[in-house]
Design a protein around this ligand. Structure first.
Ligand SMILES: N[C@@H](CCC[C@H](N)C(=O)O)C(=O)O
Length: 283
């Protein structure tokens, strides 16, 4: 089976984007994984699939597969690539679209300068919504947030838990460059208190509007940027009383700007979306 694809990235978080409106796409988990494989396939952190919506009020349906082949609820950087793709391919004349995802409806808007702003919806802050099992765990309040102690090997780290449709655990570190992202990231990802696993964020506060962030992503390992991770980290930082909106988030692959007016309000993410090349693969 031959599949046409577009390779894209958002701040270095890279994607294989598949138009499943104009071609038949019915892949196994192994085939999704092969598409994401950097040696045996195209190579990407996530594979994004463009489909017709199945709910009223949405323009498109957006499905997301991690490099490990698992389907997940949400991908922020990918949502910017998504709107760039559907506009460039002539699948819509609109520059602002409503997109159905497993994590809820999101609204990306392609701006004149090529950047994309996305209404990512309101963060879900109850542990059960993440999901995070906080039973018999003594939480520690900081500002309006709750920090949860996670035992990782010999050490305990304090995390905020946030759902942006997908699960995030955010810890504040002194310096992201020396933080043990590759060592503790996988342990947090697979911590038994997160029944669906989790994306592990490492946040360095540089000022009330500036942070650095590294994310060890569920199903993909450390990526050069994580859009939902940036949203979750800024929400956690604002709730802890460390940050004020808007916040410029510097990741290894580029910068995102995150705005949030507080509890119950949507998070807005602004950043780039770039097409790298087009191709066809035999699967
Ligand atoms: N890179 C993404 C997040 C992709 C999904 C994530 N790894 C998960 O499993 O939830 C982003 O930009 O948000």
């Amino acid at each position: 089976m031959k599949l046409k694809f577009t390779k894209m990235h958002g701040a270095g978080n890279d994607f294989v984007v598949i138009d499943a409106i104009n071609q038949q796409v019915d892949l196994t988990s192994e085939q999704w994984k092969r598409l994401g494989d950097r040696r045996f396939g195209v190579g990407a952190d996530q594979i994004l699939v463009v489909e017709r919506p199945t709910v009223p009020g949405a323009d498109f349906r957006y499905r997301i597969y991690n490099a490990d082949g698992g389907e997940v609820e949400q991908c922020g950087n990918g949502s910017r690539a998504f709107v760039r793709f559907v506009v460039d391919k002539g699948l819509t004349q609109a520059r602002s679209i409503r997109v159905q995802t497993m994590g809820g409806i999101i609204e990306p808007r392609l701006e004149e300068d090529g950047n994309v702003t996305v209404d990512m919806g309101a963060p879900r802050l109850e542990p059960a919504q993440v999901p995070f099992d906080n039973s018999n765990l003594p939480g520690e309040a900081q500002g309006r947030d709750m920090l949860w102690p996670l035992t990782i090997g010999q050490q305990t780290v304090l995390v905020s838990v946030v759902s942006m449709g997908n699960p995030h655990a955010v810890q504040v570190v002194e310096d992201v460059e020396t933080a043990p992202v590759l060592e503790t990231g996988p342990l947090i990802e697979h911590h038994p208190r997160f029944p669906k696993r989790v994306n592990a964020g490492f946040l360095q506060v540089q000022g009330r509007h500036h942070v650095k962030l590294r994310v060890y992503e569920r199903g993909a390992g450390e990526t050069l940027a994580c859009g939902t991770g940036a949203c979750a980290a800024v929400v956690a930082g604002i709730r802890r009383g460390l940050l004020d909106s808007p916040v410029h988030v510097r990741a290894r692959g580029g910068e995102l700007t995150i705005s949030w007016a507080g509890e119950g309000q949507p998070v807005y993410m602004r950043g780039p979306a770039v097409t790298v090349f087009e191709g066809e693969i035999e699967l």
